[in-house]
Design a protein around this ligand. Structure first.
Ligand code: GAL
Length: 689
């Protein structure tokens, strides 16, 4: 497994685009990089037009110079394959290399990521370029990592052109073998959609109304696989030349286009671009969820934060800066969630082009008078005291089930309601985090055995094998919390008949008859026990019939008043809870707290503005405590026996963290999480809805 240690510490750096600057800036850059503690830069990501100005005519002189200069300054290189943005000559020479939208519009030259993944001449040109780069720089001593392409699927995650239609048919033929099998899987008896010839099958382009749902789902699977072929081709080229250099491509967290569980298996190390909105309610929760997914993709392996903004981005309608301290806090958080590298987009803020208002480590004003530079430089220094963290593990006893296939299926139109998955997962994630839990993400076919608690906010698509995996987990003593509208369809998007969720009714001890969709403006309520607290339920409620399950909370309105909303059921040696509506975070936290306590997992109760993580260093534990509140200081009582991570000083029993403050306390053995308490909790900071 690829380890980060060869870098001699935490990776710190940025995308570096020297081709945007005159040569005399380069020396300055290298000197400033040394000053900031930068030890790795990503080079050449958008350099194709500079490296191959005309077809087959390569010019590497400038890149040779930059590679040597960086090496002289002790800075390593994460070298890109430079294929992320084909030069204008390529797109004009091969008009059909330009991708086509679902409406049949062929995209135009002048931006980036303008390629159709099925276009063979594009692939051939890309391969030739990557071969040139790999052969030329494979032996270079600065080269430490390969950066394949850039953010696959960021702008174009599907291309609906004739070449992709052909590739789709080939993919379907390999999957189904016979047309009869495809017709069955797609349910083409409906609306006279039966296919009599493979040639009749098309991508789900703009149609009079809902396209066939299984066609849409298979199209998503195909599109992810088709782009993955591009990655495989490039990774194959560089691996053949430099088998000892690790390979990555930068992921985007939760994006709909690519099945990262599948993709990550093809990388040596996972890397992430994370751009949480500093103006959002909880940037650290937004970022933390992606961080945790990255760690989970390769079984807990540490990962690299490949891009983040030093301060503002330029691509939202309104772009808030990262206020003093937030950038540092989010980087500490990445380390706490398993990162071993902290990189930025980009080194020097551009002067021209579409990203000139995006912050850089070196801002337009230059380093001397820049608040951002000061924070960048001091973080670079601080990282030297944190090197030991690159050897830490981030153990999680709770996991959230997540699956791109199910997300795609849920997103197919013609459903009982529009149900955006991410806000729901975010809410379940925040509820677990508010109980002090490290959280993994796990695929429905993944290994569940190491967890005490697995929660499934929504697993709309549940294949037979996955249901069996879940059943075994509960049977063997695990605790499961299942959310509404789960286990509805199989892998072909056909309903599992006999009462929802048909494959898990025995585990849950209930069946669902129908759902009560709550359009915007309508709500139901749930109440835990006759005297218990009531919570609003939005979007969705269900008609639940217990068969063995105990009712923990009931709905109190509409024709389901008095009927179960939240249930609990013993199955084998384990327990299965069911949450039959879109409950607020506080109610979810109540259910999770009970489930965790029953499973013997220590918890604490914290507002969303506190982030707690625990990492393991051999027999020791590190408590990472972050105050994510932008303006209020928070005071805590700490578990006894801790020492400060950086210098081993004994920790006082109580501690105050300033806004965006961070502290790392190390303990022998486990951290007694239940002893961690917020002692000064302003009213405004109680658990959010
Ligand atoms: C990323 C991309 C970078 C840059 C950055 C701006 O999506 O990889 O090239 O565009 O966003 O935030």
């Amino acid at each position: 497994m690829f380890e980060i240690q060869p870098f001699g510490g935490i990776i710190y750096g940025a995308d570096y685009n020297p081709e945007q600057w005159p040569r005399d800036t380069w020396r300055d850059d290298a000197r400033l990089m040394n000053e900031a503690g930068v030890n790795l830069v990503s080079l050449g990501i958008f350099s194709w037009a500079h490296l191959e100005p005309r077809p087959g005519e390569y010019d590497f002189t400038w890149l040779d110079e930059v590679m040597d200069l960086l090496h002289e300054h002790g800075i390593n290189v994460n070298l890109a394959t430079a294929t992320a943005s084909p030069p204008p000559w390529l797109s004009l020479k091969y008009p059909d290399s330009r991708p086509v939208t679902a409406d049949g519009v062929r995209l135009e030259v002048g931006a980036r990521q303008l390629y159709c993944p099925s276009h063979q001449p594009f692939r051939a040109h890309a391969r030739l370029l990557v071969e040139q780069i790999a052969q030329r720089y494979g032996p270079h001593p600065a080269l430490k990592l390969w950066h394949i392409n850039n953010e696959y699927g960021c702008h174009v995650d599907q291309c609906f052109c004739a070449l992709c239609a052909e590739a789709f048919r080939a993919w379907l033929q390999a999957k189904y073998q016979t047309l009869d099998a495809l017709n069955d899987a797609w349910g083409t008896a409906f609306w006279s959609q039966r296919y009599g010839d493979w040639a009749e099958i098309q991508p789900p382009r703009r149609a009079p109304t809902f396209a066939n749902p299984t066609q849409q789902l298979d199209w998503r699977r195909f599109s992810s696989d088709n782009i993955l072929e591009l990655y495989r081709m490039e990774a194959g080229v560089v691996r053949a030349v430099t088998p000892h250099i690790p390979v990555t491509t930068n992921f985007l967290g939760f994006i709909p286009g690519l099945d990262y569980f599948k993709w990550a298996q093809e990388e040596d190390v996972v890397s992430l671009d994370a751009y949480p909105d500093p103006a959002g309610p909880h940037p650290h929760l937004e970022a933390g969820m992606s961080y945790d997914m990255m760690r989970s993709l390769r079984g807990g392996q540490r990962w690299i934060l490949m891009e983040q903004a030093p301060s503002a981005v330029n691509w939202r309608p309104y772009n808030a800066p990262k206020r003093p301290g937030l950038m540092r806090m989010l980087n500490h958080q990445a380390l706490a969630h398993g990162a071993s590298g902290l990189m930025f987009f980009q080194w020097r803020a551009s002067r021209a082009g579409a990203e000139k208002f995006h912050s850089g480590m070196v801002q337009h004003v230059g380093p001397a008078r820049s608040r951002v530079w000061e924070e960048i430089r001091s973080l670079g220094q601080e990282l030297r005291t944190l090197t030991r963290l690159t050897g830490a593990q981030v153990p999680a006893r709770a996991a959230i089930m997540f699956d791109w296939n199910s997300w795609w299926a849920l997103n197919v139109d013609s459903k009982p309601a529009v149900l955006p998955l991410l806000p729901l997962v975010q809410k379940w994630y925040a509820a677990l985090r508010s109980l002090g839990q490290n959280v993994d993400f796990v695929h429905p076919d993944g290994d569940l055995q190491g967890y005490d608690l697995v929660v499934m906010p929504n697993q709309y698509l549940l294949a037979q094998g996955s249901a069996q995996n879940i059943r075994q987990f509960v049977d063997g003593g695990g605790t499961l919390v299942t959310g509404f509208f789960s286990g509805i369809v199989d892998e072909h998007e056909h309903i599992q008949l006999g009462g929802y969720p048909a494959l898990l009714t025995d585990v849950l001890g209930l069946w669902v008859e129908e759902w009560v969709v709550l359009p915007p403006g309508e709500h139901n309520r749930v109440r835990f026990g006759a005297q218990g607290e009531a919570h609003d339920v939005l979007h969705w409620a269900e008609v639940i019939h217990p068969e063995g399950a105990e009712t923990l909370a009931t709905f109190d309105q509409d024709f389901i008043a008095g009927q179960p909303a939240v249930t609990r059921h013993g199955y084998g040696a384990g327990r299965a809870y069911y949450v039959g509506g879109d409950l607020p975070q506080a109610a979810l936290a109540q259910v999770f707290e009970e489930a965790l306590t029953h499973a013997g997992v220590p918890t604490c109760r914290l507002p969303d503005t506190v982030s707690v993580s625990v990492s393991r260093l051999g027999g020791r534990s590190v408590l990472h405590l972050l105050n994510a509140h932008p303006t209020q200081a928070l005071a805590f009582t700490l578990p006894a026996g801790g020492v400060h991570f950086e210098d081993g000083r004994p920790a006082a029993p109580s501690l105050t963290l300033l806004p965006y403050g961070v502290t790392l306390i190390e303990f022998e053995g486990e951290v007694a999480l239940d002893e961690l308490q917020l002692t000064q909790a302003p009213a405004a900071l109680t658990l959010s809805h």
